[in-house]
Design a protein around this ligand. Sequence first.
Ligand code: CA
Length: 234
Amino acid sequence: MQTTDMATILIVEDEERLARLVADYLRAAGHRVEHLAEGHEVVAWARRERPDLILLDLMLPGKDGLDICREIRAESQVPIIMTTARVEEIDRLLGLELGADDYVCKPYSPRELVARVKAVLRRTLAPEPPADQGPLHLHREELRVRAGEAEIELTAVEFALLETLHSAPGRIFSRDRLMDRIYRDHRVVSDRTIDSHVKKLRRKLTELLPDQELIHSVYGVGYRYEAPEDNGLG
Ligand code: CA
């Protein structure tokens, strides 16, 4: 598969009505859809049929989404979007580093889900930029970031935030993880502290690349960095 259209998507979901609804929307978006409702079948099915993306429910009869995700990741990089009925669960899932590509909380709108599927497909199909290239250059000693001719200066906390997110483009970092990375001395900080640093960091990045959104909020979860589009700045 070369484009984000016409992907084969496996829905693993034991709520039949929800599965049917999502399948309809994904088909309307041009995808091929398969559906499994039982956990035990999934790993073997995925190995055999090689879907382009798996939408994986956490709570399933047979085998749960955690084990399925781990087993698939041990042998394949197929994009996985995990769905769960509890928003608090997402933080725990992130902490387990299962290697899922996105997390969506139920109830979700099918329309939003189709958009997330598209985003994950686009991200995972895009060739990864070589680690040291890309338009953003981070200079840790001076706490400076450069893109082309433009340069900004960050605070130590802002720099650590950017460095963490930038180290794994596309990966979602929860606020807890970001706090762990940034405050090595485990000072007590609140979620809002992270949010306010991110806000300042975003504002400074806008001076660097005015039309690009580099740091994305993932509602109820945390943040992720997405590499700017190649605009020849180097
Ligand atoms: Ca379920």
